[in-house]
Design a protein around this ligand. Structure first.
Ligand code: ZN
Length: 158
């Protein structure tokens, strides 16, 4: 891949992050939620309340969140809510681990459940690893997802 192409693709996904930050998807109360978690990033003040509806087969049927925070935190939560829908709990957890690993500079192979488009989205979000102050903004939604999947009460990036 030439550097030119890489820059184009990054610009494309950066636009996507801006769009999700301005117009978060799945920003609502979720009826029938059975997995919930609260997330808080004290460094920036981002707060999220995430709700999932997981069916008897362990598939995430719906995901929604509410909260307030910076554009990166909102965009990350919005993109995460879209990505986990229709995934089984195992795969959703693989996405969390991959996102966390990528944001902290790791370079393991992407899990099989990650389609090319979602891979591009996650890599765009993981671009924050060049800005250490923002890493917790981008990973907050994913830590909150992990907590919701484990059904724990509260999570924090601290
Ligand atoms: Zn933030």
């Amino acid at each position: 891949m030439t550097q030119f192409d890489d820059t184009d693709i990054r610009a494309l996904y950066q636009d996507l992050i801006l769009d999700h930050g301005k117009n978060p998807r799945n920003f609502r109360v979720l009826d029938g939620a059975n997995r919930t978690a609260l997330g808080h990033n004290p460094l920036c003040g981002d707060r999220l309340a995430l709700a999932l509806r997981v069916d008897d087969q362990g598939v995430v049927q719906d995901a929604a969140f509410q909260g307030a925070g910076c554009a990166i935190a909102m965009a990350s939560a919005s993109m995460m809510s879209e990505m986990v829908k229709g995934k089984c709990v195992d795969d959703a957890q693989k996405l969390f681990h991959f996102m966390h690993m990528t944001c902290t500079g790791g370079d393991e192979a992407a899990p099989a459940c990650l389609c090319a488009d979602d891979h591009g989205r996650l890599q765009a979000l993981a671009g924050v690893r060049h800005y250490p102050m923002r890493v917790k903004c981008a990973t907050l939604a994913w830590h909150t997802l992990d907590a919701a999947l484990h059904n724990t009460e509260k999570t924090s990036t601290e």
